[in-house]
Write a protein that binds this ligand. Structure first.
Ligand SMILES: *Cc1c(COP(=O)(O)O)cnc(C)c1O
Length: 378
């Protein structure tokens, strides 16, 4: 099956009992046992639920892994994966990691004596030299947020493998349609399915895919023990959203390319960050390991006044955190996702007060360009 067909049919979601074309929502917490000596496949929905099962099989198929897991949010998925490590372990992690993951590492897992080293993961030598005797994990995001820096996934996972460390990749920005880290050597993929996979800003969810049975068993133990599972209704919403992943991303990427090129031609704009632009550092490497530039771009205005005027006046978009939806979402990292980082440190990372991130939506591109032009010229 090609990827587009998998999106529709890999869940095998025609219900064998009734022929129902849409996956049934098994809204139940527990399951009757018909034979006390031979329990059925399901006993309790924390341990397994048929609707969640369909979703978990689907994401495993799409990422090309051994097993999939659905969680109540992206952070629940990430925290559950980090829970497979033990006190005394060391993990190397990209410095521009998602804010919630940064918090989980520095404020939560550090209390359990798991040690983290933050590196610029776009520099493979920096990754290599961060390995220690007790390094058990390498945690990556590529392209990174919000400046879209690229990590060489093949090289990074090869180095981790040489050190018997597990490579974990947060694939939220690309989705399995555009990038499949397990095929490039990674061991575990995590997703905030709240973003492109759900695709409609209406469900919070996280997904994990593991490469080997051994890793699947470790993640399943945490999922069943910690219990941050995705409910049946939200599992259904996600199954529904995933079916249109390809058509959405094809359209979103086309618009993102046009918007990036348009922004690059504006005098008010200092720099545009989008992996579809020839001017973008890391573009070649990205296109060797991914099938497209995605639908998220960032840009910097030349001055702060213009930035504020734009944000207060841009119409027909959501000015909000989050990304990957049908509507265009404009976010302001300095005051939203990266507000917790002290200004000096933030600026060093390139996240200035003039930086804006755009997750391009499905609006007609001419309307979107019109909205941007109006707000820029205000
Ligand atoms: C949003 C996001 C998360 C967190 O996911 P939630 O569903 O909000 O818990 C993790 N990683 C990345 C890259 C994200 O964009």
């Amino acid at each position: 099956m090609n990827f587009g067909t998998k999106l529709i049919h890999a869940s095998g979601d025609i219900d064998p009992a009734t022929g129902s074309v849409s996956t049934p929502i098994y809204q139940t917490s527990t399951f009757h046992q018909f034979d006390i000596d031979n329990f059925g496949k399901y006993d309790y929905s924390r341990s397994g639920n048929p609707t969640r099962d369909v979703l978990e099989k689907l994401i495993a198929e799409l990422e090309g892994g051994e097993r999939g897991f659905a969680f109540a949010s992206g952070m629940a998925a990430i925290a559950s994966v980090l829970s497979i490590f033990s006190a005394g372990d060391h993990i190397i992690i990209c410095g521009d990691v998602y804010g919630g993951t940064y918090r989980a590492a520095t404020k939560l897992f550090s209390r359990f004596n798991i040690d983290f080293t933050f590196v610029d993961a776009s520099n493979i030598e920096e990754i290599r030299s961060a390995f220690k005797e007790n390094t058990r994990g390498l945690y990556l995001e590529t392209p990174s947020n919000p400046l879209l820096k690229v990590t060489d996934l093949r090289a990074a996972s090869r180095i981790a493998n040489e050190h018997n460390a597990i490579t974990i990749v947060d694939n939220t920005f690309m989705s399995p349609y555009l990038q499949r880290p397990l095929e490039l050597g990674a061991d575990i993929v995590v997703h905030s399915a709240t973003k492109f996979l759900g695709g409609h800003s209406d469900v919070l969810a996280g997904l994990v895919v593991t490469k080997t049975k051994e890793l699947s068993d470790r993640v399943y133990q945490v999922q069943n023990t910690f219990g941050a599972v995705l409910g049946p209704q939200d599992s259904w919403l996600l199954i529904r959203g995933i079916k249109t992943l390809k058509v959405r991303l094809d359209a979103l990427q086309k618009s993102a390319q046009k918007l990036a090129e348009w922004l690059e031609g504006r005098d008010e704009v200092e720099k545009v960050y989008y992996l579809g632009l020839e001017s973008m550092e890391g573009r070649e490497l990205h296109l060797e390991q991914a099938y497209g530039a995605g639908a998220v771009l960032s840009f910097k205005f030349k001055d702060i006044e213009r930035t504020t005027i734009f944000l207060n006046n841009v119409k027909n978009v959501a000015v909000a955190v989050s990304l990957g939806s049908v509507e265009t979402i404009v976010s302001y990292p300095a005051k939203m996702s990266h507000a917790a980082i002290p200004k000096e440190e933030r600026e060093q990372l390139g996240i200035t007060d003039t930086l804006i991130r755009v997750s391009v939506g499905l609006e007609d591109i001419d309307d979107l360009l019109g909205s941007f032009q109006e707000a820029i010229e205000k």
